[in-house]
Design a protein around this ligand. Structure first.
Ligand code: 5GP
Length: 139
């Protein structure tokens, strides 16, 4: 499937839509999920136009997992979480709703978390979680 330049995350990357950023470098952006499955739910995306993990080359995939580890560690500390769930959906049939590859960093168990992309967060709660995570990542 060809990459859809008009998907929400592509617009966020181009600065056409806002996000609550917690981390950025030349290859990666991390920001708060607007419909968090638990407080602190963060998304880590590559800047390259990849729809699924299969569209990333090995070097980009390797770089991304290092950034996921970095962000996950910050989320764990910031949210005082005992555990972190990482997940990543590829294709509509797997439940992917935004066609730009991303990792979910969830400071909760998937078994007890809210349903996927189901409920908009209170903006104040989202901002305060972002603030705590940014403090760990020193941005
Ligand atoms: P997927 O279903 O593709 O694995 O996950 C997409 C995620 O993006 C969902 O968890 C959903 O809540 C989140 N999301 C959808 N639209 C937006 C948006 O406009 N901004 C942000 N920050 N997150 C979004």
């Amino acid at each position: 499937m060809s990459y859809d330049n008009e998907n929400i995350f592509a617009k966020i990357l181009r600065g056409e839509l806002p996000c609550l950023k917690v981390y950025e470098d030349d290859q990666t952006l991390a920001f708060m999920d607007i419909m968090p499955q638990a407080t602190g739910h963060t998304l880590v995306i590559p800047k390259s136009p990849a729809t699924t993990i299969f569209d990333l080359n090995a070097a980009a995939a390797a770089d991304l997992i290092v950034k996921v580890q970095l962000v996950a560690k910050a989320v764990k500390t910031a949210m005082n979480a005992d555990g972190i769930t990482l997940f990543q959906l590829n294709g509509e049939s797997a439940g992917q709703t935004v066609p730009h590859m991303h990792f979910h960093v969830l400071p909760a168990s998937i078994a007890t978390a809210r349903a996927h992309a189901s409920e908009m967060a209170d903006p104040k709660e989202l901002e305060s979680a972002a603030k705590l995570i940014r403090a760990q990542l020193k941005i």
